[in-house]
Each structure stands twice: as structure tokens, then as C-alpha cells.
Design a protein around this ligand. Structure first.
Ligand code: ADP
Ligand code: ZN
Length: 726
């Protein structure tokens, strides 16, 4: 890539969107589009897919066509782009004739940089005719998984997109999705005839999301207790039926929460009103059906509850993905019951056979996920074809580990079952073989004559299912990508059969017999780096301005930007433009009242602002500090923070000490707990409690440098200071 071009893109990123850096693959993706190559992007919700086509659309001649399945989502994106000062429009059935004409005119006049089109509008004759006259820079296909019938959100009209693009000329295509299992990925590429596309797949890991599954018992009480813990924060509660949506919204209202329902059966105006109330922060909790969730696109959703068991892991992942899009807190709680699974299976009983089978497989994956005691994140990532070789430490299963067992002999039996049935069967059949079931299927294949047949009849069906699933998760067996549902041996599995070794598996949850366990809430109290009072002032101000301008508040500034303002107190336009997420465009548009509010607050409270400090030190120093504070708030490993800032561990600790000595509390427990056990922590803590000074050398002498490293002691000193001095 030319250095100049790189610089230009980066400048645009800052100037228009207000961001200092590209995230993940964004820059490479944008470059690929500018090189007119077909591009396939798989990135989790919230990772920043939109920017991948928005930015190249702006720096190129012509109009980019964005195909997007949901009208609500389109409007939302166009509103956001307009707030950035970008000429973007959408074309769909909600527009009047006059509006359509205006959009078309601006596009033909080459003013429009991005034009969002619904797939059904795309196929309309007069729209096609119009599009053939437009100078199109490229075509972006958002939510590309809708192309595949193996996924969870199949839309037949999506399968015709290729044909239409061909009519418009030889255009580069970028397909984007947040959920694609390997099978779905293959399907998308085949259908769009873009097997040649460059694939950019980023990790699906959403580090800030906390996953939890609870049995569906005493659910109303559980729900109320849960939302109460998050009172005043935005959240979504998903239910399966409209009736349930109404009922739960009512239940929450009666209990004093600001909740509103959202489902397809509501009158259009009411639905819009409820969604706006949620976006505008007049309502905290939206209770919605799953089918209508996609229209809700708000960065500061702090919890996502699945009141009913979801229909597929893809759906679940996408829905939970709406939590914490701004990188801050996001709690995902699913209530699971096997009855829900049976109900969902019944819904599909009138569907064609392939669709029914597909539904069943998707539901099996959900059961497997819910019942497993293995790290949830690991399980989710594996499902989307990503291997993740450690447990995450940030999900319910990691926090409350279950009993483990030596699985060598069980695993061996499972693998033998796969092998002896010639790698042509799925989970349930394999389990039936191991347990010696006498069903028709088994007999018709003569599988009752296999050596492995019936060798596992001491254990339950559920137990064996769990063994096979863990064999899959740990990659001893793998899914056959061409034949859905079929399991095969992997290289690792064959090796294991040749020379078995010790393997540990975890016992599944048994939700059918769980007594309601009192949940032990182990969450550490959240320590905020920013000034909470100012943050709330700014939030209210944002809400007020949003109302005046009829925009959702986050279109003005997002939470992380407000947090940063409440950390660095920018009192000039220039200082404000240095805040992440605030470009000069936004400063001019929205900045004034914020600067005034901050100035007033700073004066009234006698605060030294960073802009004062900046004169003395350098901008970069304070930026580094803010970055560190924010990352620690998000519980990012110190090694990772150091790496991101190009600091050695020693330098990073110095920065942290500096932050701490200037009065900011930092909670490093998440990191320290992983380094030192409780006894050792107590010992050091007691030492600092009684010591004359906090000098590290003295501490090392006293405590013994065989037992503790300098780093250990420095970390503990920070913890000590944070808890007592700040
Ligand atoms: P997706 O479409 O992948 O779900 P979005 O495009 O909506 O995600 O982006 C998620 C959030 O990340 C948005 O709030 C967006 O403003 C922000 N974002 C995107 N790119 C960057 C970046 N380079 N730096 C900081 N924030 C970014
Ligand atoms: Zn985990």
C-alpha cells in the first residue's frame, strides 16, 4: 500500500469518524475494496463492520450500494452517517414518491456516497433501471448469512443478488456477516460466485460480554432480581411469542422498571414509538420477539436476557452481540429449558423435511451449549469454526467450575463408534450404538454387530451425548462440511486411537434436577475511572440535545466518548476533538454545549483539567494514561495493554503507579487473582498495612525475593493504594 494512501485513510478516519486507529482488519479490508477486489468479511457484531464499506465509499468516486435486509437498521445507519456529515440515503418501501425522486436525483447528481437498498427494492424494475444509470463504486452485502439456508435467517430474495449485480456491471462485491459457521460460509461464497474473494475473518470473541445460562425455574423472580441488579441501564429481554412479550413487559412495568414491548403484532406507530423511547433513553428495557431484534442498534445495551431458549446459536450469538457494542459492560443471560426445545421443534413440524431437519440440528446445538459445563466462550467460538485453546475465565462455567472426570476410555469408545460406523452418522445415532439401542435404524445398518455396540450401556444417553460433544469441541472429531449433521474423525482423533492418553472432560449441568441454587455473585465491584457526576451531567445533556434534534443520543456522542470527557475534561474545541470518537465534524455540530458544561463543572469543582496538564507534559502521555485506565476498566490483560502501547511491563507498571498516585482508583483484581493465590496476596497486603513506607526494595527484603517478584509486589502495592489511599 502506498504510504500516502495509508495516511489519507487514517486522516479521513479521524476527520470524519473521529477515530484514531483502525480496529482489527478494517484497514486491510478497506484497501482490498479500493483495489477493486471481491472481499468477504466475517466479523462479530460490534466489531466495526460498517466502517469497512463506509470509508471506502467516501474516498471513491460514485455511489456505493449497500444491500441490507432490515428497514429499521437502514434508517438507523443513514441517520448516523448524516450526523457525521455524510450524504447517505436509503431506498425502500417506507419512502413516499417525492422522497424517492429526491434520493434518485441526488444519486444521479453524484452527491450520494452511500445508498442503502432493501433486497426486495433491488429487484423492482424501475429501481434496476435507475441503478443502471448510477456510477456505482462497489456493492456491499450486509448480513450476508441471509443467503444461506443452513444458517438461521434465510431470505430467499438474497439468493438472487448475484444475478442482479451481474446486470449492473462488473462490480467489486463486499459481503459482510456477523455469523457464519464454516458450512454457511461456503454456501455464501458459492451463491455469490465469489470463491475467489479475499476472506477477512476476525475473531468472534467478544471479550466484554459475560455469558451465563440458568435453568428456567422461578423465572419471573429470577428475571426481576437480575434486572434489579442492572437498574437504570439499558437492556433487551427476548421472548419467543408476542403474548410473552406483552406479559413480561407488563410484569416489569408493574415492578417499577421502565419497560416497553416490541413485536410485529404491534401497531407500526406504537412499535416505532417504543423503539424510539428505548433509543432515546426514555425507556430502559425493551422486551422483544427475536424476529424483530435486528432493528435495535444501540451501543450501550448493558444486558441481553433470553427469557425463552433461543432457536439457534447463530441467533443467540447475534442477539447477545447487541450487548456492550461500545466495548463496555455487557451481561448475557439465557434461561434454558428442554421443554422450550421441544416446543420449538414442534413449530417446525409442518415444514419441508430438509428445513425440519435443519431446525432440529440447530436446536441440538443450543441444548449442547446450554447443558455444557465447558467454558461458554470456547463452545461458542468453536461453533463458528474458531479454535480457542484456553478457558476464558469470564463466563458462568469458568467462574463456577463443575466436576471433572478422566475421560480416556469414554472418548475411545466414542471414537470407535464413529470409526466403526464408517464416519457416516450423527450424534444421536452414535450414542445409540454405544448404548446398544435396538431401534430400526441400528438394525437396518447391522450396527448391532459392531464391536463397540452396547459397550457403554452403563451410562445414560445424556452422558454419552456430552462425551461426543466434548470430543467435538476438543477436536477429536469434526463436522462434515458437505453433509450437515455427520461427524468424522479428525487427525487428532486418529492419533488418539493409535495411542490414547489422559484426557479430562467435565460433567454436564443437569438442569432437570437442579434445585434452585442460590447464585453466588462473585462479581467484583466496578471501579470507574471517570467522574461519575460529570458523566451523568453529560449524559443528560446529550439526551436533551438528542430530543431537540430528534436523534438517538448515541448519534451525538457514544458512551466511551462521554466517559473520556469525564476523565480528561476537555474545555476547548481542540481538546474535545482529541477525545476518541469525536471528529472535528462532531465538535462543530454538537461540541459547544458539552464544552460549556465541562467548563462550568471544572470551575465549580476546582478541577485540574488535562488540557492544563497538556501544556506541561505531552498529549501522548495523557492519552496513554486514559487508554490504560479504560483497558483496565475492561479487564484487559496487562500484557496485552503493554503490547498495544508498545511499553515494557516495567514501563506499564510505572504508568499505572503514576495514575494511582494521582488519585485514580484502579481495580487490578482480575489480573492479580490470576497471578497470586489468596494467601500470598493477604501476606503482602498485611505487610503494606503495617509497613513504614511503601518502598519496593524494603518490601522485597522483608518478604523475601524468593517468594515474590518485584512485579508481584508492585501490583499489590497498586491494589493496596487503590483500596485505601484513593
Ligand atoms: P458491526 O456492524 O460490526 O456490528 P458497527 O459497525 O456498528 O459494528 O460498529 C460498532 C461500534 O464500533 C460503533 O459504535 C462504531 O462507531 C465503533 N467503531 C467502528 N470502528 C471503530 C474504530 N476504528 N475505532 C473506534 N470505534 C470504532
Ligand atoms: Zn469461560
Amino acid at each position: 500500500m502506498l504510504v500516502d494512501q495509508k495516511e489519507i485513510l487514517k486522516d479521513k478516519l479521524k476527520e470524519i469518524f473521529g477515530y484514531d486507529q483502525f480496529r482489527g482488519n478494517q484497514e486491510a479490508i478497506i484497501q482490498n475494496i479500493l483495489d477493486k477486489k471481491n472481499t468477504f468479511v466475517i466479523m462479530p457484531t460490534g466489531a466495526g463492520k460498517s466502517l469497512c464499506y463506509q470509508l471506502p465509499a467516501l474516498v471513491q468516486e460514485g455511489t456505493a450500494i449497500v444491500i441490507s435486509p432490515l428497514i429499521a437498521l437502514m434508517k438507523n445507519q443513514v441517520d448516523q452517517l448524516n450526523a457525521f456529515g455524510i450524504n447517505a440515503h436509503f431506498l425502500n418501501s417506507t419512502l413516499t414518491k417525492t422522497e424517492i425522486n429526491r434520493v434518485k436525483k441526488e444519486t444521479l447528481d453524484k452527491k450520494t456516497k452511500l445508498l442503502y437498498v432493501a433486497p426486495e427494492s433491488l429487484t423492482k424494475e424501475d429501481n434496476l433501471e435507475f441503478l443502471s444509470k448510477v456510477k456505482i463504486s462497489f456493492v456491499a452485502i450486509d448480513e450476508a448469512h441471509c443467503i444461506s439456508e443452513w444458517g438461521h435467517d434465510f431470505r430467499p430474495e438474497y439468493r438472487r443478488i448475484r444475478q442482479i449485480i451481474n446486470q449492473l456491471g462488473d462490480l467489486p462485491v463486499i459481503a459482510l456477516t456477523a455469523t457464519a459457521t464454516p458450512k454457511v460460509q461456503q454456501d455464501i461464497q458459492r451463491n455469490l460466485q465469489m470463491e475467489d474473494a479475499d476472506l477477512f475473518k476476525s475473531s468472534f470473541n467478544r471479550k466484554n460480554l459475560y455469558y451465563e445460562v440458568r435453568p428456567k425455574k422461578d423465572i419471573k423472580k429470577q428475571l426481576i432480581r437480575f434486572v434489579n441488579q442492572h437498574k437504570g441501564k439499558s437492556g433487551i429481554v427476548y421472548c419467543l411469542s408476542r403474548k410473552k412479550v406483552e406479559e413480561i413487559a407488563e410484569l416489569l412495568k408493574v415492578n417499577g422498571f421502565r419497560a416497553a414491548p416490541y413485536h410485529a403484532g404491534l401497531d407500526g406507530a406504537v412499535r416505532m414509538q417504543n423503539q424510539d423511547a428505548f433509543l432515546n433513553e426514555d425507556c430502559d428495557i425493551i422486551v422483544a420477539t427475536i424476529a424483530f431484534g435486528m432493528g435495535i442498534d444501540k451501543p450501550d445495551v448493558r444486558f441481553v436476557v433470553h427469557y425463552d431458549t433461543p432457536k439457534s446459536l447463530e441467533g443467540y450469538y447475534q442477539e447477545t452481540g447487541r450487548g456492550g457494542r461500545d466495548g463496555l459492560e455487557g451481561n448475557c443471560l439465557m434461561f434454558y429449558s428442554y421443554n422450550d426445545i421441544l416446543k420449538l421443534e414442534k413449530f417446525s413440524k409442518d415444514k419441508p423435511v430438509t428445513e425440519r431437519d435443519n431446525t432440529k440440528l440447530l436446536l441440538q446445538e443450543i441444548s449442547s451449549y446450554a447443558e455444557t459445563s465447558v467454558c461458554r466462550r470456547r463452545q461458542l467460538l468453536h461453533y463458528f469454526g474458531e479454535s480457542f485453546d484456553t478457558d476464558c475465565g469470564f463466563c458462568d462455567n469458568c467462574k463456577n467450575p463443575r466436576e471433572q472426570y478422566n475421560a480416556d476410555t469414554y472418548l475411545l469408545k466414542a471414537l470407535q463408534a464413529v470409526k466403526q460406523t464408517e464416519e457416516r452418522f450423527g450424534l444421536n445415532h452414535l450414542v445409540d450404538v454405544i448404548r446398544g439401542s435396538e431401534n430400526q435404524y441400528i438394525l437396518s445398518y447391522d450396527h448391532n454387530k459392531l464391536p463397540v455396540y452396547g459397550t457403554g450401556n452403563d451410562e445414560t444417553h445424556e452422558f454419552w451425548k456430552s462425551v461426543v460433544r466434548q470430543a467435538l469441541l476438543y477436536e477429536f472429531i469434526e463436522k462434515d462440511i458437505e453433509n450437515i449433521g455427520i461427524l468424522k474423525l479428525s487427525r487428532k482423533g486418529r492419533d488418539f486411537m493409535d495411542a490414547p492418553y489422559s484426557v479430562i472432560f467435565t460433567k454436564d449441568h443437569d438442569y432437570s434436577t437442579t434445585e434452585e441454587e442460590e447464585e453466588i455473585e462473585k462479581e467484583a465491584p466496578v471501579v470507574k475511572a471517570h467522574d461519575e457526576v460529570l458523566f451523568n451531567i453529560l449524559k443528560n445533556l446529550r439526551k436533551q440535545i438528542a430530543k431537540q434534534k430528534s436523534l438517538p443520543p448515541y448519534v451525538i456522542f457514544q458512551d466511551p466518548s462521554l466517559e473520556e470527557m469525564a476523565t480528561v475534561f476537555p474545555t476547548t474545541q481542540d481538546a474535545l476533538s482529541h477525545v476518541n470518537g469525536v471528529g472535528m465534524g462532531k465538535v462543530v455540530k454538537f461540541g459547544k454545549p458539552f464544552i460549556e458544561a465541562i467548563r462550568k463543572y471544572v470551575e465549580e469543582n476546582d478541577i485540574d483539567t488535562v488540557s492544563d496538564v497538556v501544556v506541561k507534559s505531552s498529549v501522548n502521555r495523557s492519552k496513554t494514561k486514559i487508554f490504560i485506565i479504560q483497558q483496565i476498566d475492561r479487564k484487559i490483560d496487562l500484557e496485552e495493554i503493554a503490547q498495544a502501547q508498545n511499553l515494557s511491563m516495567d514501563e506499564l507498571l510505572s504508568e499505572i503507579e503514576h495514575i494511582c498516585y494521582s488519585g485514580t482508583r484502579l481495580n487490578l483484581d482480575y489480573y492479580i487473582d490470576g497471578m497470586m493465590d489468596e494467601d500470598r496476596q493477604d501476606e503482602v497486603f498485611d505487610y503494606f498495612m503495617s509497613a513504614e513506607s511503601d518502598n519496593i526494595r524494603t518490601a522485597l527484603d522483608e518478604l523475601g525475593d524468593e517468594d515474590y517478584s518485584e512485579e508481584d509486589l508492585r501490583l499489590m502495592r497498586i491494589k493496596f493504594l487503590s483500596e485505601y489511599a484513593n
